[in-house]
Design a binder for this molecule. Sequence first.
Ligand SMILES: [Mn+2]
Length: 263
Amino acid sequence: MPGSRAGPLAIIEASRYMDPYDMDLGCIPAEAGLHTITELSVLESTPESMVNTVREAVDKIVSDGRVPILLGGEHTLSLGGVQGVKDEADVYVTLDAHADFYDDYEGRRISHATVSKRISELVREVIIYGVRTLGWEEKEELDSSDNVTLIPLLSHGGEGVDTFLRKIEGKKVYLSVDVDVLDPSVLPCLGTPEPGGMSYREVITVLKEVFRRASVMAMDFVEFSPCPGMRSDAYTVARLVYKSIGYHILYSGKQDLRCGADE
Ligand SMILES: [Mn+2]
């Protein structure tokens, strides 16, 4: 289902209804200083030029000593994000219902379905958590890759979240959250919904651990595709983004905000 291009604006609009105070953290993460830049104009461009536009924007934000937070849009934008942070991150970590590991998809090398594969050609290590459906071609590509770890969400459990969290310990991470890692009952408005996903609470618990154990250099939230007339979904994604910002502040030492003071 198309429509993720309307995602970023819907997330920003929904964020205006959110209480800035975070009850869990006991602080106002927004006081760290959030700046929303004007939307990048990428809609009329080819995937390659979209990736370049994102790369340039992210490169500038990282050079300014800030932490880029990208809102999608298609998952393809992560390729530009990873290129923009360059060697600031050793590992690409993604939460996603899908592996996005086709070598080409419908004749395209740069696509939402190939993005993890393309990124695995750029970074030292790729870790994918939350996958619960896989194309046969993707499985073959994954089997022949030596720098990719896939930790699926299987109906019988499997290795699970402990393995995932051990793998990211101490690493410098580019974090990509494909919001379809959430169950469609939590977030129905998705490009490619897949049943058997995580609850909102499970996702924020995992994200908190990611920020605690790893250094997150940049992050993105992708593949939200707003449904007409439904606003609770955009609010859920906005809250997820703001939670992540709060966890980043909590574990990156902005102690003047006293986040987590009661923990
Ligand atoms: Mn996905």
